[in-house]
Design a protein around this ligand. Structure first.
Ligand code: FES
Length: 499
């Protein structure tokens, strides 16, 4: 039976639980967010002898990190040719190198701690099925040559897919992310890192040193705050809400019906298709993902799972989905993550966000950089990832495009969505008009209707109904709310008011 909306990784790991914060505390570094970046940063800083506290709004490793495809590859879709064009060869090479260091760190830790997390070497393939994208893949190959990235341009992949160009990046890796991070959690315990779950950070008080204020009204006084909560919950005129957009994608896991050949695959065109395998307890599984779209801009999300199922049937000759889930990723203006001081004026508040779909290496590279900033060590990647950077032309162009898109939802969300009142079926949600006002309504299987205000509590965009996850999703910065209004994913801190 399909386990809907639960990732394969979560179902096949047994993570510890942690208590809520129940008092005011003092620490050296307060890390907000218990995903790969928060946990790896906490581990690194605890090894430096610092007192580290992690606050997680929900449960550790259940957000983006628990919903990844877990490829530890430096082949981040089509990126290096674009980076060379936008920021030059030298900087593009730094992006590659920083991620390579992240990748190497993960490999070293998995070996050092003997973590049984199916950490395997695989080639990574970027393929195109149209002439238009074949040209882009060939340009990407030229970029690899310039940057000295070992690769080959080949014709085909071992699947019945008519490829026009394939770029092979050799010697990449894949793993089971939650088994890997579980081992790191155990190491952190030895270094006395404290972790609090169900403890959302609500605000930061900035004096000589920062204090994090939590949703349950406790205070964490510290020397440094690291915001690793996916979308930064605290902005402080960093304008992150205008500098990133959120995208959703979908994943399915199936038992392989015949031996999976080898490799990790990504097509770099629309609709996105990504494939990898994993062996666990003697059983081989295949994970397929793709169907990316901007958050809150596609109401009938169930069609995306159907599309992946059809792809699987055509390519792998099986459509017996055992697990299905979705993921949310954030993209910055120039596709390079924001890692470092939140703003020029907040040296004690650091942030790491905007890893696109490549959070395993980007998140680990970010952790290494955050450790160096806090320990006042030199790091060659600091200015590349600085959130205060400015790369003139492409950034401005994308900024305008992104903002036009966001602005549209501030305004037209009020005018266009769900103009007609209609009778709801069980398990159906829609925006209805009641007394001249818009009301988000969901009828559950027992017939009870749950009504919420559809104005996002972050900055006031209109949320949209996500039919497959049964959530209200905000198209502007990716906040997501349960049908009862509670926050599932920020940057929003407050629930949608119930009506
Ligand atoms: Fe920013 Fe909704 S997430 S307005």
């Amino acid at each position: 039976m399909t386990k809907e909306h639960t990732s394969y990784w979560k179902q096949t790991s047994n993570l510890p639980t942690f208590p809520k914060l129940t008092e005011n505390i003092e620490t050296d570094v307060c890390i907000i967010g218990g995903g790969i970046t928060g946990i790896t940063t906490a581990y690194l800083l605890s090894k430096e002898g610092l007192k580290v506290t992690v606050l997680e709004a929900d449960k550790v490793l259940q957000g983006t990190t628990g919903n990844t495809t877990a490829k530890i590859t430096l082949q981040h879709g089509l990126i290096y040719d674009e980076l060379i064009g936008n920021i030059g060869e030298e900087q593009a090479k730094l992006y590659y190198e920083a991620n390579k260091k992240g990748q190497q760190f993960m490999k070293d830790i998995a070996e050092k701690l003997s973590i049984d997390c199916s950490f395997t070497k695989e080639n990574s393939y970027l393929y195109a099925t149209s002439e238009k994208y074949a040209e882009k893949v060939e340009k990407e190959y030229e970029a690899y040559q310039k940057l000295g990235i070992e690769s080959q341009l080949i014709d085909s992949i071992p699947f019945p897919i008519d490829t026009k160009a394939v770029l092979n990046m050799t010697d990449q890796y894949q793993f089971h992310p939650l088994i890997y991070l579980h081992a790191i959690l155990l190491e952190m315990k030895k270094n006395n890192v404290t972790i609090f779950e169900q403890t959302p950070a609500q605000d930061i008080e900035e004096k000589d040193t920062p204090t994090v204020l939590t949703g349950n009204n406790y205070r964490v006084s510290c020397k440094y705050v690291v915001i690793a909560s996916h979308f930064p919950f605290y902005d402080k005129k960093g304008f992150y809400f205008a500098r990133m957009y959120a995208e959703r994608s979908y994943c399915i896991a199936l038992k392989a019906s015949s031996p999976y050949p080898f490799g990790m695959y990504y097509n770099g065109e629309k609709p996105v298709r990504s494939m990898r395998s994993i062996k666990n307890n003697g059983q081989e599984w295949v994970i397929i993902s793709g169907e990316n779209h901007k958050t809150g801009q596609d109401e009938d999300t169930a069609v995306h799972y159907d599309a992946l199922k059809t792809f699987s049937k055509e390519i792998l000759k099986t459509d017996k989905i055992e697990y299905s889930w979705s993921a949310q990723d954030l993209t910055t203006l120039d596709k390079i993550p924001y890692v470092g001081e939140l703003t020029k004026n907040t040296p004690s508040i650091l942030v790491a966000t905007g890893f696109r779909k490549w959070g395993m290496t980007n998140g680990t590279a970010a952790s290494l950089l955050l450790r160096d900033i806090i320990m006042e060590k030199d790091n060659p990647y600091r200015s590349l990832f600085s959130p205060s950077r400015f790369h003139p032309d492409p950034a401005i162009k994308t900024f305008i495009t992104t903002n036009l898109d966001v602005a549209k939802h501030f305004v037209s969300g009020k005018l266009d969505i769900g103009e007609q009142e209609r009778a709801l079926l069980p398990n159906e949600g829609a925006i209805l008009h009641m007394d001249g006002k818009k009301v988000g309504c969901y009828k559950d299987s027992s017939g009870t209707i749950h009504k919420v205000d559809t104005t996002c509590t972050h900055l006031g965009c209109e949320v949209a109904w996500n039919s497959s996850e049964k959530t209200w999703d905000c198209p502007c910065h990716g906040s997501r709310f349960a049908y009862t209004g509670e926050v599932i994913e920020g940057p929003a801190l407050n629930p949608l008011p119930k009506l």
